[in-house]
Structure formats: C-alpha cells, structure tokens
Design a protein around this ligand. Structure first.
Ligand code: ADP
Length: 598
C-alpha cells in the first residue's frame, strides 16, 4: 500500500526507546530447545544413527584384541580373516549410516535456520515505524543475515557433535570397564584435568563474541549508509572519501583486533588438552605394562585399550571445545532473541476487520506528540466526506506529514479519535485500515526491479490490460512504452533511473491498481518542471475520482478546487475554508498563496 518511504525527517529523532522494551537478559535453554522441537522425529533418527555408529566404532579395537590374543597365537587364519572382514564391514556400514545421518543433520539444522530467519524478518515487518526511524538499517541487516548465519554452524553441527561425542563416550566407557577395571579407572582420573580449565574460557569467549558482534553492527551501518545511492552522492559531493576511508579503517581495525582476541581465547587450554591426549596413553602404557609384566594382562587387552582411549579422550576434548562454541553462540542467540522480544504493532483484541468503507474520515480533537519532544500536532478536528478532497497546507515542520501518518495508523494519537465511517480506527485492525488507504509519498519508493514488478506489488493478479489502463490514467504509459524494454525496464536502486516526476506517476499508477477508497497525497516538495507538473496534474484527476482525498500540499496549484483547505501552523489548525474564502479572508493562507505565486 505504501507508495513511498517515510519522510527523511523521521530519521532524525527517535520515539522508539529500546530500553523501555522488555528484553530478556539471558537465553533460556527451553527457548533454544523450542527451535528443535518441530523436528523431533528426525532428531530421534539421528540419535539412533549416532548410537549405531558409535557401537560399530568399538568393533575395530575389540577385533584387534581377538587378532592379537586369539587368531595369531592359535595360528587360526580363518579367525583372522573373519576379524579383518568384520573390521571392513563395520567401517562400511558405519560410513553408510554416517551419510544418512549427515543428511538428517543438515536438514534439521537448515530448517531451524530457515524458521529462525523467517520469524525474525516477519517480526521486523510487524515492528512499528518508530523502530525503523531509530535503528540503523545496517544494524538490522547485520542481525538478520550475519547473526543468523553465525548460529547456523552451531545449530547444524554442534548439536550433532554433542550427541555423537556423548554416545561415543558412553559406549567406550562400557567397553573399557569390561576390558580392565584398573586401567579404566586410571583413564577416568585424567579426564577432569582436561575439562576443568575450560569453564572460564567459555565465559571469556562469550564476552569477546558479544563485542565482535556489536562492532560488526557498527561496520554494517557505516557501509550501508555510505554505499547507498544517496549516501554515496553525499560522500562524493562533500569530497569525504578520505574521511570515510579513515572511519572505516578504524572500525575494521577494531574488529580485526577483537577477532584476533577471539581466536586466541582458550588457545593455551586447547594446547593443554592436546598434551593430555598424548600423555593419557603414556600413563596407560606404564600401568598396563606393569600389569602385563606382573599380573598377566595380555598384550591384546593393552593394545585395544590404548586404541579405545583415543575414543574416550578425543570426544571429551571436543566436547570441551563445543562448550566454548555453544557458550559463545549464546551471545549471538541473545541478540536474535532481543529482536524477537521487542513488541510488535499490536491491534486491540476486539479490533474488527473493516471490509467495506464509504471513505468518510474524521479527526476529532486529535493530539499526537513525538515521545521525548514537544513537537507534533494538537487538537486537530476536521472531516473528509466520501469523495471529497481536503487539503492541508502550512509551513515546513507544521505537522502536515504527521497527520498523513496518523491516518494509516503508522502512529496512534495520544488523545482524541480518528474514525473511518464513524468507527474509531484504533478499533479496526491496522491491516484493514491500511488496505483502504492508498498513499503517494513525497519520495516514491520503488524496488530495484522491473516497472511491471513494481506495479504488481499493488495487485499481483491484475491483468496486463489493467496495468496499461492504470499507467495511461497516471499519464506514464507513453513514457514507459518509449523505453527500449518497456514495462520490463529495471528502475534501478530505489528507482534512481527515473526522474522524480516519473517515479511519482508510477506510484500513482500503483495506487490506482490498489483502488483504495481513501487517498493520501503527500506532494513532492521539489519543484517540478512545467511539463512534469502538467503530467502530474492530469494524472491526479482519475486518481482522486470517487475517493476521499487528503492532500498535503506544497504547491497550492493542486488544491485550488479542494472542498476544504486547512492551514496548519505549529501543529494546530489556524484557518479553514475554500481557496476563494481563504483568499478573501486575507490571513495565513493568503500570505502563503502570495509567497507561492511570486
Ligand atoms: P511537515 O510535514 O509539515 O513539514 P512534520 O509533520 O513532518 O511537518 O513534522 C512536524 C514536527 O514534528 C516537526 O517539528 C518535526 O521536526 C517533528 N518530527 C517529525 N517526525 C519526527 C520524529 N520521528 N520524531 C520526533 N519529531 C519528529
């Protein structure tokens, strides 16, 4: 429905205060596990696969025992063949299971990321306009793309890694205790030495990760701001390339240092673990060798025990590493959940859906002040009867655009009531209020796509003929037809390849296709050349036909035949009447008119 973007001044200050939002401080595990719940069946299958492969993994060391202690001493070649055959078979079967498990793992992981991504973007679509006015676009983009990607590997791989390692440890513990209790007990004593030093590492990693993510936010915001079409024009026209390079380098340099820091956290502990992995078997050789010499432990038991030890220590050390990954991923999850916890635009539970409307609009003593400021509009009362055209004029900053944003409920009044067909719009769902309103904004927003795709945004199912009719009415069909690619012309980033007047006429065609009962026309402030002006004036006639229209007028030529003109100053109505009545009165409007015409 929005044929334009919010006026730039909206970006200046914020009425959105994130501090006031209820933010949960810590990620709770229940919430994280909630992400996994829809895929429980696949997760059960993954667990079965992992259990099967970790049991199959025990076979080679145990078969080694049989080869060394039975087949070779007894010169039993058949047994040797059987043992080796079983070794090969177990490797093959476990490899095949691994492939299936890999498929399931990435299916579950990627589905969770898809769900999280969609939830986040959908949630953002329902955030109030004030949120976007006060949050840097780059920061939002960073959370939506990079943060979600950052948790991707944790979700897709870490969870499977945890299960795999836990199951390998359990099965190996059974096997080593069955082989020799004394050696098994010794191997367990060494484990705490490997794991304990890692707990504080997780915490430090979490903090470091949090800092790098917010530095990334800053970088994205900086890139996004300077690399947009308007941003780059600003940079170039003020010759600020050098300053921007320095600013960017400083940010990138900070990030580089933080990343090095992240990479180094825990390196010493990881080194200690590596030493333990090597030292563990050495201790077993010592005790086991002594037991073999004095207490008859067989060589086969000893060899397979050391082989099994690898299956114990490697998973323990990777679990410790996973703990660091998970704790630091929590920092990113927290950022995603912070966004998900911000409150959306919410309709009252009793809000009705307005199916049809005559387009009767009424403002009744409406006051709205931007939070934290004393600017806005006060005690406004006026009405637009069905099919009428009402114009709002006044100096810049008087509150005209604010009125245009109150009607589609982009902001809600602090007091007073706005009604459509005598129903307070606070009691109507936002989507149905907006479905009856068409807006042509000062700055028309177009997607970087074809003209046709931009038109289709208003009504996907419209026929080609309808598109052409709308464009003819909006006085833009001839221009489009003259382009080499016609309706398939790509309009460029934000429609930059079209002139302001052409963009606005395209926006008008879009509104014609939507065919709303109520029209808000926020006229372009930039003066148009006479030809464009005439083209737009001609397009306005069919646009306003049969609609209640609220014109925020900058060029008084548009509104001379308005049914009623309201003059706003400092947020309040100071005069009302038709063009000729107001000229006769010789007040604020007459002064504006003289200034406009001179
Ligand atoms: P006009 O359209 O008549 O030029 P606006 O309705 O845009 O005026 O603005 C009315 C007043 O409200 C101005 O003083 C402007 O600075 C202020 N204003 C507009 N948007 C915001 C905002 N998002 N936060 C705070 N103040 C705002």
């Amino acid at each position: 429905m929005f044929s334009g973007s919010p006026p730039v001044h909206l970006m200046w200050s914020s009425m959105y205060n994130p501090e006031k939002q209820k933010l949960k401080r810590r990620v709770d595990w229940r919430r994280l596990s909630g992400l996994f719940r829809p895929y429980i069946w696949q997760e059960v299958q993954i667990t079965i696969c992992i259990a099967a492969t970790s049991m199959l993994g025990l076979m080679p060391p145990l078969l080694t025992l049989s080869i060394i202690d039975k087949a070779i001493p007894k010169n039993d070649f058949n047994l040797l063949l059987l043992d080796v055959g079983l070794m090969l078979a177990s490797a093959l079967v476990s490899g095949l299971i691994g492939v299936y498990q890999g498929y399931l793992g990435s299916f579950v992981g990627e589905s969770i990321i898809r769900d999280l991504h969609t939830r986040l973007v959908t949630h953002l679509h329902h955030m109030p306009l004030s949120f976007f006015a006060s949050t840097k676009t780059g920061e939002i983009m960073n959370r939506v793309s990079n943060d979600v990607e950052a948790v991707d590997s944790v979700v897709t791989m870490t969870m499977v890694a945890i299960m795999t390692n836990v199951l390998i440890i359990i099965t190996t513990l059974f096997a080593i205790f069955a082989l020799d209790v004394r050696l098994a007990a010794l191997s367990l004593v060494l484990i705490p030495l490997m794991v304990l030093p890692l707990w504080p590492v997780g915490r430090r990693m979490y903090d470091a990760r949090k800092r790098t993510r917010s530095k990334r936010d800053e970088m994205h915001a900086a890139t996004q701001e300077t690399l947009s079409v308007s941003g780059i024009v600003l940079v170039k026209s003020f010759v600020k390339e050098d300053l921007e390079r320095k600013r960017f380098f400083n940010l990138a340099d900070d990030l580089m240092k933080l990343e090095v820091n992240v990479a180094m956290v825990g390196r010493w502990f990881l080194m200690a673990i590596t030493v333990m992995i090597t030292a563990g078997p050495a201790a077993i050789w010592l005790l086991g060798g002594w037991l073999a010499i004095n207490h008859g432990v067989t060589v086969g038991v000893l060899v397979s025990f050391v082989a099994l030890l690898g299956r114990l220590y490697t998973p323990v050390s990777s679990l410790a590493g996973v703990q660091i990954q998970v704790v630091s991923a929590l920092a990113v999850f927290e950022r995603i959940f912070d966004y998900l916890d911000m409150s959306e635009e919410q309709d009252s539970p009793e809000a009705i859906v307005l199916k049809e409307t005559d387009g009767a609009v009424r403002f009744d003593d409406v006051t709205f002040v931007y939070p934290g400021t004393n600017r806005g509009v006060r005690n406004l009362s006026f009405e637009i009867n069905p099919g009428q055209m009402v114009a709002i004029v006044g100096p810049s900053g008087a509150g005209k655009s604010t009125i245009a944003q109150l009607l589609p409920r982009l902001f809600d009044p602090d007091s007073g009531a706005i009604s459509i067909d005598s129903i307070n719009i606070n009691d109507i769902t936002r989507t149905s209020v907006r479905s009856h309103i068409g807006i042509v904004m000062q700055e028309t927003y177009l997607f970087h796509d074809t003209i046709l795709a931009n038109l289709k945004y208003a009504r996907e199912e419209a026929s080609e003929d309808e598109f052409i009719q709308a464009c003819k009415a909006a006085n833009i069909h001839e221009f489009i037809s003259s382009l080499p690619d016609g309706y398939k012309t790509i309009v460029g980033e934000r429609g930059h390849k079209l002139s302001g007047g052409e963009r606005q006429r395209l926006a008008m065609a879009r509104v014609l296709l939507k065919d709303p009962k109520i029209l808000i026309l926020d006229e372009a402030t930039s003066s148009l050349d006479t030809e464009n002006e005439a083209a737009i004036q001609a397009a306005l006639v069919p646009l306003m036909q049969g609609r209640s229209t609220l014109v925020v007028a900058h060029r008084l030529s548009t509104i001379m035949n308005a049914d009623c003109i309201y003059v706003i100053e400092d947020g309040s109505i100071v005069e009302r009447g038709t063009h000729s009545e107001l000229l006769l009165a010789g007040g604020a409007y007459a002064r504006l008119y003289r200034a406009n015409m001179s």
